[in-house]
Design a protein around this ligand. Structure first.
Ligand code: NI
Length: 187
């Protein structure tokens, strides 16, 4: 079965702000969406109540058909900050179709991509502007903002890959990235 012929298009990305210039599907995660992901649950609750449930990360996604053959892409931006001493991060996910890869080009900020496989392998790659991280098939991936500016990246993946948040939420990532007295600690 073929795909509908679609009109080509282009969009702009603000490389300073790390957002799309044209309107896009805007998904927002606030601190209250991150319950269960950080080690210090009390610190997360304090953040939610004392700082009015602050913005955590957001994606600006081009609306495209989620069909094999297409590629999805978005700009993802993670705010700087910490929950207790743990750097702000995304939930992380495997793809529903696990044997699909993803590419991330860092636009602004500083951080790392934490990755793991279901058989226990773990890897991380630094993210700085202009650096590309390739997430191969089968690797769960989470981005972590280790800097003082928003960490933003341009991401591309197969449109039918889907998201599997459940498995990684149960397994957790084996390593966490902490900021202690201004020093990054991975443990
Ligand atoms: Ni992904």
């Amino acid at each position: 079965m073929g795909l509908l012929i679609m009109q080509p298009f282009s969009i702009g990305i603000d490389m300073i702000e790390g957002v799309t210039r044209e309107p896009a599907r805007h998904n927002v995660r606030r601190a209250s969406d991150m319950r269960g992901y950080y080690r210090d649950e009390d610190a997360l609750e304090r953040l939610i109540s004392e700082r009015n449930d602050p913005l955590h990360y957001e994606t600006f996604e081009a609306p495209l058909p989620e069909e094999s053959g297409h590629l999805l892409f978005c700009v993802s931006r993670i705010q700087p900050g910490a929950v207790g001493d743990e750097c702000f991060m995304t939930k992380g996910h495997y793809h529903a179709i696990a044997h699909t890869a993803e590419v991330h080009l860092c636009l602004t900020g500083r951080g790392c991509m934490m990755m793991k496989t279901s058989d226990g392998r773990c890897a991380s790659e630094m993210m700085t502007p202009g650096r590309v991280v390739y997430v191969p098939p089968y690797w769960a991936h989470r981005s972590i903002n280790t800097g003082r500016e928003p960490l933003s990246m341009f991401c591309v993946w197969p449109a039918d890959a889907g998201h599997n948040y459940g498995d990684i939420a149960r397994e957790g990532f084996p390593k966490r990235v902490l900021l202690r007295n201004g020093e990054l600690v991975v443990q």
